[in-house]
Design a protein around this ligand. Sequence first.
Ligand SMILES: N[C@@H](CCC(=O)N[C@@H](CS)C(=O)NCC(=O)O)C(=O)O
Length: 211
Amino acid sequence: MGEPFTLYVDSRFLSPYALSAHVALTEKGAPFEVRLVDLEAGEQRMRPYQCRALTGRVPALTHGDFHLTESTAIAEYLEEIFPPPEHVRLYPADPRDRARARQLQAWLRSDLAPLREERPTQVVFWNEQRPPLGDAACAASAKLLHAAECLIGAGQTTLFGDWSLADADLAVALRRLWRDDLPDTLRRYVQAQWERPSMVRWLEHNAAARA
Ligand SMILES: N[C@@H](CCC(=O)N[C@@H](CS)C(=O)NCC(=O)O)C(=O)O
């Protein structure tokens, strides 16, 4: 594993998927360089980025001469090359919990589009105020809250006992509702995730990029 790691992320540190890959790499404790891709300038569609990043999106991980996009593929690659228990576990050990974690990750990346649109990550990271949710975003919000409340009980700060990467992803999704009606149990869960050192590291990048 001696080859260097580089993680390509959006230059404003607003991508929830780049966050997920950054948290995963930070949790594994491997030193890595962060390189910025200016999405507004379309750098993701230009050389040399597009030659490396098959899908032309962020995040992308470079490990030696291997290049990988898709945040969950990156996390699973890291879990395999830095296996638990020697390294922090990104996915739960129990097969059903692991399946649930992957289910949540896939769902959060493929559903709830109206909520993502009306509560973008400027709300998540900068606490921006937005107009009240429209009908479709309200329905997406209700769906998210229902799933989260089924999985997170009072006083619970992780989904599965030990932390997993799905906690970071779910916390970002719930944080979209920080200025809306987020129940206290979920608010405390999000806050616990926000205080995790790997998340703090991302938030520091985000704040510096905004300054
Ligand atoms: N499913 C992908 C989503 C990646 C994604 O949508 N990245 C956005 C930034 S949040 C991007 O690169 N957008 C630029 C583009 O598609 O041109 C993952 O999990 O990595």
